[in-house]
Design a protein around this ligand. Structure first.
Ligand code: SAM
Ligand code: SF4
Ligand code: SF4
Length: 368
């Protein structure tokens, strides 16, 4: 029996009407500012994460707990999703507003039928770094066709190497071997360097840290450990479940000494650490213990076309309405720019025990 969570809570529909009015007014603005948008904290719009489905074949305990996302969970109907044509069109508008990096995500993006066709359409946008985050379950089957469609790189989530822990984390009894085969297929297809994301939740998989490091040491793949985050409000997050990035670095370093490495670019989310023995590098994403809002240049487009300016937002701006009505690309661009210019989000920096958790949007819907 699933816990009943009102959809308004999962998708933040309650706050929508005021934002919708803002979006329309901004789209129709008579004198739009032609400069690329910069938000109230001086951050540019550079990255776009597009959720292509709110469905998933896993039920990771930290993301889509089974007792909430049960058989009767009301996922979005197909007509509510943005079509590939709509996604490609809006992605083009975002690119004209400064976006240089697009990541397809979800839910599980490889569950969206013919996602390769979308990749092909987005690859035509030109000078954009196009990538995708997947749980890897379908990657062995799809790596080659994704690469042929124009995907350049892939990030694979993998929280443990030992089968019992991996099966307990995904909570659908999915074997780790199939994900490892997906990673091999991605490498063979040329989707490299591959990033491997591991969320560490205390009491579940902190013992997986060193084996993961050992496995990917010297492989050319970049392992990134992610602190368990308080996204949404269904995953039962508590601070004591967070294993800090500092603890993770110390744990790996005891086995394979590490030294800090310079960021690849300003605003890089993962803090880089290099193995002293030339075995490559790892990253840690310290979203809880060392917030990086100051450099956050990411926007998120939900499966049904709402724009969120923060992973922890409690409402989004409905761009699908503009796409499905008679608004031009320039007008939609005006709306996106105006939304970005009023952005003041810095949730992780402000996070405190008092932060209300009841209205945040779920990660599987907004796109991780
Ligand atoms: N299904 C795909 C996957 O798992 O790679 C893409 C979507 S998933 C929401 C994107 C990323 O978010 C994954 O790497 C996942 O581990 C991470 N994630 C989900 N819930 C999280 C949480 N509560 N804290 C930290 N990371 C989380
Ligand atoms: Fe699915 Fe990814 Fe969430 Fe796991 S983290 S439940 S694979 S969307
Ligand atoms: Fe960006 Fe929001 Fe995360 Fe801060 S909390 S880094 S603003 S998504």
């Amino acid at each position: 029996m699933s816990t009943i969570i009102p959809l308004t809570d999962v998708r933040g529909a309650r706050q929508a009407s005021a934002l919708d009015a803002f979006v329309r007014e901004a789209a129709r603005s008579a004198n739009p500012d032609p400069a690329l948008p910069v938000d109230t904290l001086g951050r540019q719009l550079q990255d776009l994460r597009i959720s292509v489905t709110d469905r998933c074949n896993f039920r990771c305990v930290y993301c889509m707990p089974k007792d909430v996302y049960g058989r009767d969970f009301p996922f979005l109907a197909h007509s509510e999703l943005l079509s590939f044509e709509e996604i490609a069109r809006i992605a083009g508008v975002f690119v004209r507003q400064g976006v240089r990096k697009i990541r397809l995500t979800g839910g599980e993006p490889l569950l969206r039928r013919n996602v390769e066709r979308l990749v092909e359409m987005l690859a035509r946008l030109g000078d954009v770094d196009l990538t995708l985050t997947t749980n890897g379950a379908l990657l062995a089957r799809k790596a080659r066709s994704l690469r042929d469609a124009g995907l350049r790189r892939v990030t694979v989530s993998l929280d443990a190497l030992d089968d019992p822990t991996f099966r307990a984390m995904n909570d659908v009894d999915f074997p780790v071997q199939r994900v490892l085969e997906g990673i091999d297929a991605a490498q063979a297809a040329g989707l490299a360097p591959i990033k491997i994301n591991a969320v560490i939740k205390r009491g579940m998989n902190e013992h997986a840290i060193v084996p993961l490091a050992r496995h990917f040491h010297g492989s050319g793949h970049i392992l990134r450990f992610i602190e368990f985050m308080d996204v949404g409000h269904t995953n039962g997050w508590q601070m004591e479940h967070v294993v800090s990035a500092a603890e993770i670095v110390a744990t790996v370093s005891r086995e394979f000494p590490l030294e800090p490495a310079e960021p690849n670019y300003s605003g890089e989310v993962a803090e880089r650490w290099r193995y002293r023995d030339d075995g490559g590098e790892i990253g840690v994403i310290a979203s809880v213990t060392q917030a990086f809002c100051r450099d956050c240049t990411r926007a998120r487009l939900s499966t049904e076309g709402k724009l969120y300016t923060c992973l922890f937002a409690n409402a989004g701006y409905d761009l699908r309405a503009l796409l499905r009505e008679d608004f031009s690309d320039d007008q939609i661009g005006n709306a996106i720019a105006a939304i970005w210019r009023r952005r003041a989000d810095r949730y992780s920096e402000m996070r405190s025990a008092e932060t209300p958790r009841s209205q945040k949007i779920e990660m599987s819907y907004i796109g991780g």
